[in-house]
Design a protein around this ligand. Structure first.
Ligand code: CA
Length: 222
């Protein structure tokens, strides 16, 4: 899941970025409204975290502009002021949720999960494909009840495949939702990571879950 964080206070931005990265999210950071808007226009983010007080264009303006362009990525607004008018204006500008700084990081992560979950039918944090299970809160992955250790990138790739179980996932989709803006589109890194995942998920099981779809991409299904 790829998240855009728009926050001008460098200390907060790097704290939040680190926390999200530890949770295996892919994060791009913008330090002003213009850059945030630009990144949101060129990348399909799964979630945008938008500070209100930003140099250049403020969070309200960025939010309004994205909604006007029919960008429907979930938006979580952050503000330093606990002002009910800000809250109302933020939600009316098209934000989905609102959090006042300073916030408890646990609550922040729970709200992130709620907004990411809202985009799919099953509103649970437990993803399942056959006997493979992935818990989005604890990051525990098991197959037939046995724990599987994954790196952060392997986890993010598996989570993305499982969120689209039964559908063909193209390399472009993977690069847009699992890798950040430094992704090199000429590299074979996706194939490499799919190979790593297969070794951990499918090796030793008669029933393979990860399938290649010739010329199109990959699919996970029972
Ligand atoms: Ca700010």
């Amino acid at each position: 899941m790829r998240i855009l964080l728009v926050e001008d206070e460098k200390k907060i931005a790097s704290f939040v970025e680190r926390g999200l990265t530890e949770q295996h999210y892919t994060v791009d950071v913008a330090h002003d409204g213009e850059q945030g808007l630009y990144l949101a226009q060129i990348n399909p983010y799964d979630l945008i975290i938008l500070d209100i007080m930003l140099p250049g264009k403020d969070g309200f303006a960025v939010c309004q502009e994205l909604r006007k362009e029919n960008n429907d990525a979930p938006i979580l607004m952050l503000t330093a002021r606990d002002d009910v008018r800000d809250k109302i204006y933020g939600l009316d500008s098209g934000a989905d949720d609102y959090l006042t700084k300073p916030f408890a990081f646990g609550e922040f992560l729970a709200r992130v999960r709620v907004l990411l979950r809202r985009q799919r039918p099953g509103k649970t944090n437990l993803l399942r494909v056959g006997d493979l299970a992935l818990d989005q809160v604890t990051h525990l992955v098991t197959r037939a009840g046995e724990k599987i250790d994954l790196t952060a990138t392997e986890y993010a790739l598996l989570e993305f495949l499982m969120l689209h179980a039964g559908e063909v996932v193209t390399r472009t989709m993977i690069s847009e939702h699992v890798w950040d803006q430094d992704f090199d589109s000429f590299s074979n890194v996706i194939n490499v990571y799919v190979t790593y995942l297969r070794k951990k998920i499918d090796a030793g099981f008669p029933k393979k879950l990860i399938h290649s779809v010739r010329g199109r991409g990959y699919m996970i299904q029972e």
